[in-house]
Design a protein around this ligand. Structure first.
Ligand code: ADP
Ligand code: MG
Length: 250
């Protein structure tokens, strides 16, 4: 049982993500060169690596945006390799984008409603209620009528997290959630992630910002040049010479 939380959304229902020997080649570029990663239900895992390591490609392939060149992806017992992204999202794997993809000329509230209304036959009143709860939770209710184009970088990241939460994912993949975010909002974002984690959500957080990941995550996975270098508790990974070398070479 996860500890009690102010957050009332359903927690994880017990699915793990299994990625086996995943490959993605772009012509001669081996963006992913055979990586195996497991994300276990209820954990807060981090994925780091220097620029070009293959982190975003990994997210794009596991969430169905790109078909893999090789390997397998399973969500619980279900093989989701090559499944279209909306079906993967409906199965409980939610993600944000490194480049925020909100509808710029729509309000914060509209941005929250749209993915949920498009995804499934949830009654409108329920979707409205949920959007209210999420705006409250993320402390963005005062921005409800603001066009998303007018939000700061950090506020856009909060909105992006809100859009993912609208679909009630079991596993939430965040791609560079702290990039370009003001330190104060960054601390807020840390708190929100912590609270959702306490409520039972599973996270895979991708960042080239090692410090945020070491602070937040209980397990850290390191990619370099399309391969997994090492994974382990933050303290171990932080001291690892191969990791330091990969970063210094960046
Ligand atoms: N759509 C694409 N077409 C061609 N090459 C790509 C594409 N996406 C990524 N790459 C290449 O794959 C490698 C890994 O990129 P990426 O996954 O974005 O790394 P990271 O997110 O770790 O910085 C890079 O060499 C990048 O140039
Ligand atoms: Mg990236």
């Amino acid at each position: 049982m996860p500890p009690p939380s102010a957050f009332s959304f359903p927690g994880g229902i017990g699915i793990n993500l299994y990625v086996e020997n995943l490959k993605k080649h772009f012509g001669g570029v081996k963006a992913l060169d055979g990586v195996s990663v497991t994300v276990t239900e209820g954990e807060l895992a981090g994925l780091i690596g220097p620029n070009g390591a293959g982190k975003t490609t990994f997210v794009n392939v596991i969430t169905g945006l790109f078909a893999p060149t090789g390997g397998r992806i399973k969500l619980g017992d279900i093989d989701i390799t090559g499944m279209p992204s909306h079906r993967i999202a409906a199965r409980g794997l939610g993600r944000t984008f490194q480049i925020t993809r909100g509808f710029e000329q729509l309000s914060v509230q509209e941005n929250l409603l749209i993915p949920a209304l498009a995804a499934k036959g949830t009654p409108r009143t329920e979707v409205d209620r949920k959007a209210e709860e999420i705006m409250d939770f993320l402390l963005i209710d005062h921005l409800r009528d603001e066009l998303s184009v007018n939000l700061s970088g950090g506020q856009q990241k909060l909105l992006e997290l809100g859009r993912v939460l609208m679909l009630d994912p079991d596993i939430i993949v965040l791609d560079e959630p702290f990039a370009g975010v003001h330190p104060e909002l960054r601390a807020d974002l840390h708190d929100h992630i912590d609270e959702l984690y306490e409520a039972g959500k599973t996270f895979l957080i991708i960042s080239h910002d090692m410090e945020s990941i070491f602070k937040l995550c209980e397990r850290v996975i390191v990619f370099n040049q399309g391969k997994k270098l090492i994974e382990g508790p933050p303290d171990e990974v932080r001291e690892d010479e191969v990791v330091l070398e990969a970063y210094l070479g960046d």
